[in-house]
Ligand binder design. Sequence first.
Ligand code: FAD
Length: 434
Amino acid sequence: SKEKFDAIVVGAGPSGNAAAYTLAKAGLKVLQIERGEYPGSKNVQGAILYADALERIIPDFRDDAPLERHIIEQRMWMLDENSFVGSHYRSDDYNKPPYNRYTIIRAQFDKWFSGKVREAGALLICETTVEELILDGGRVAGVRCDRMGGDVFADVVILADGVNSTLARKAGFHSELSPKNVALAVKEILFLPEETIQARFNIGAEEGVVIEMMGSVTEGMVGTGFLYTNKDSLTIGVGCMLADFKANPNRTAPYALLEKLKRHPSIAPLIEGGEMKEYCAHLIPEGGFNAVPRIYGDGWMIVGDSGGFVNAAHREGSNLAMTTGRLAAETVIAAKSAGKPLTAKTLKAYKDALDESFVMKDLKKYRRLPQILESSPQFFTTYPELLNRAAKTLFTVDGVDKTTKQREILGSFTAARRLTGLVGDALKLWKGTR
Ligand code: FAD
């Protein structure tokens, strides 16, 4: 059929659902196309949901969204091979509703979100892959699918197709994904009884803990490990830059890296007995500010992972995805109600709104970080090791006086990095995060 829609949204992850919901809620005629069997079926399980971004789209989401636990404690661990130095932040303020962060199971969450999108009036078609964009004199006029009789047309196509975004690349809006700009993450879900999780992590029913890890776990590659508590399961994973995996083919394979993390003596007791039901690998766009492509044009917009909207330093992705989806939709709604055509000139308002939001402000703040980390493996190797060694020296009572211990610790730092190296590294970190 040659039916025409106000908007076509490609993808039913957090960004596509945010866009489709916002558009449909405003009364626009929306078609959403998802290649998976159902929304969430293709998505990596177990994640942190940041409430704020969703609240701005569905204020009462807490009434029926499938939420696992609200986070009351954040742990940051620096690992060496058999110990860790960590900082924990736990607050009772995080135990008072409305909660700010939750663990979720993505497959369930995406399904729920998609239900809201359909309730709002959007038409969702699953098990259908958009193969290319239909261009009409330089403007995007619609999409070509692998079924449904081919071509569908709309005033605007919103690309919410995730990190690979083959569509934008085919249309020439993107260049190839560079291995320097993507991390490869592997994770799995380990099932454990609710009470066991609560006892091991010192939490009550519905309360949750997040552990972020760096150090020996990534074997010198730029990356981190993570462990989240769900209701009756744990999510554990590790992610490193793809360029680092590629640089050395003899390096431990991603899955073996995760196995090693699971065997770490500080982690093993937390996950012991956990039954693995799911394992998956996925890419994360971590190139930051400088890797964000052009995100709008005549009849098209890019939202979520497809546009590289991930703040890797803070492990935020789905909230940027939902925010970009919402802002793209609001731009379309405003243009339509003003009777404007959806040209690049009109859709630039989307980029302007993003620039004003935390999305671009945060990415800009950390714009130098990816390059700094790439050229500074010491942050992932030397420093975690030194910190663990320092802690051991300090806390081991062995008849050595404290001044000697202090000298030994300082000596180990200057021996590893020299004074100039230490100052240089501090400057790098400051530059990367200021
Ligand atoms: P996606 O969720 O990838 O959705 C894209 C959708 O488009 C998919 O459903 C796909 O099937 C569909 N699609 C793709 N191409 C086509 C096509 N041609 N035709 C039709 N459909 C198509 N973020 C957080 O906020 N918190 C976390 O704790 C967190 N942890 C993460 C852990 C891992 C291991 C990974 C990999 C990512 C994590 N993220 C996290 C990031 C977060 O998952 C992403 O930023 C977010 O999913 C992006 O949403 P999206 O809608 O843009 O893309």
